[in-house]
Design a protein around this ligand. Sequence first.
Ligand SMILES: CC(=O)[C@@H](O)[C@H](O)COP(=O)(O)O
Length: 265
Amino acid sequence: MNLPADDQLTIAGRTFRSRLMVGTGKYDTFEQMRAALDVSEAEIVTVAVRRVNLDQTEESLLNYIDRTRYFILPNTAGCQTAAEAVRTARLARAAGLSNWVKLEVIPSDGTLLPDPIETLEAAKTLVEEGFIVLPYTTDDHLVAKRLLDIGCATIMPYGSPIGTGRGLLSQDRLRRIIDLVAGRVPVVVDAGIGAPSDAALAMELGADAVLINTAIARAKQPIDMAHAMKLAVLAGRAGYLAGRIEKSDNAQPSSPTTGLIGQRI
Ligand SMILES: CC(=O)[C@@H](O)[C@H](O)COP(=O)(O)O
């Protein structure tokens, strides 16, 4: 499937062909993860800073990610406060990982929902310190607006809570964020995507990209699912660019109803 050659995802001045970002957790083995990344054709790969062995003295996730092929996006998974997230981002930058950070601040209440107050505070500090900040947020458009105003490089609303695979809980709320942010920074639907149809729908709604981990890593056949997700993102994007028809309350025949042979005039 071909999209226009100039249809690229641009984040903070950097361009990518793929609109599928993938996570690196929950695979049975690092080899399986590497094969899934390959098939997905993703270019942006997130890694949890707290999971990687930054000095790489022993077996490390990073040994399985070709950094000449993939752009590593460190994330602050496991951080419950702004202070922890800021510290983790600084650590990743100091270790030479990146000055980009996927900001996640999630309290330990079992919901895996982001804390908007702590997220905003961390985003502000990190932007001031020169980080390229990609914050994970809820589908609340007012929080999205605050993150945008702070200077975040993307807005990453969830489809549904991390790991649930429940797809897009509210198309209306996602659409509101997409409309609000339109043309300013990319909107990346992050978390909760369960099936290729969810990924395609997010793209059809006008999201600029999606981020998927669990639905690929925990699929019965992760490598085949990575392939399916790649196709779904391409199809959704192509459908969005092609412009879907308006929904109508009235049925309309697909064949012409005038000028038919034998029709009474
Ligand atoms: C991997 C990552 O960065 C997270 O945002 C999250 O894990 C993605 O959510 P799902 O696992 O639900 O796809």
